[in-house]
Design a protein around this ligand. Sequence first.
Ligand code: IPE
Ligand code: IPE
Ligand code: MG
Length: 239
Amino acid sequence: MKPLTTIPKHLAVVMDGNGRWAQKRFLPRVAGHKQGVEAVRNLIRVAGESGVTCLTVFAFSSENWKRPEEEVTFLMELFFKALREEVEKLHTNGVRFRAVGDTTALSSETQSLINEAQALTRGNSNLTLNVAVNYGGRWDIEQAVAKAAAAGRSAAFAEYLSFADQPDPDLFIRTGGERRISNFLLWQLAYTELYFTETLWPDFGEPDFKAALAWFAERERRFGKTGDQVRETTQKVSA
Ligand code: IPE
Ligand code: IPE
Ligand code: MG
């Protein structure tokens, strides 16, 4: 078995390909979003079991408002329903839920549900689940600049970002075949290992997750140092 240190602590996922999954089956795009929720549920379970302590999933980007109105409405309702139906189970499983993004643009019912879910699960420590909704990496940097300026920049800049209290992602996974960040965690991905797979999000299951973990375990993370320096420290640590 691989040593536990090679498991990413923080995993960030761009769940892409729902629309294409549905279109391949001659179904409306929204059928793919619905099926995508099953894949998220499954990922939360397998990630937790594997030792991931922080999972961030991209549910709706700042730019996704540009989609057809019916699709946006469907996605908002799907988020609301998933939250309403899953929170108790997340809480039972020791998951701390957080919504990350400009939630002020969401319906007041959704905002209330988010507040309740966050309050209920605040003390949980098995897994932190960040759901990025109406989130954009540029939005995050902009709001952090505004907060830092208002506070006279009394702390390090990163303290004003949405993920201030969490480690940077170790592994980034994007399904659906595109090799881009699409305004996800711009600041936090500085040293993240980037994994891309053709698998469409609704098809992403445990074997795909395990394949990504295996790929991650083979990476040598240097953070600007040389490979020799890194291996020397690793040898010292394991000696
Ligand atoms: C990702 O799937 C889900 C969201 C962006 C909400 P898409 O809906 O982008 O699926 P494709 O990329 O069109 O297949
Ligand atoms: C990224 O997917 C956003 C989410 C998965 C929520 P998109 O489908 O919106 O990304 P682009 O438009 O193809 O870059
Ligand atoms: Mg897409």
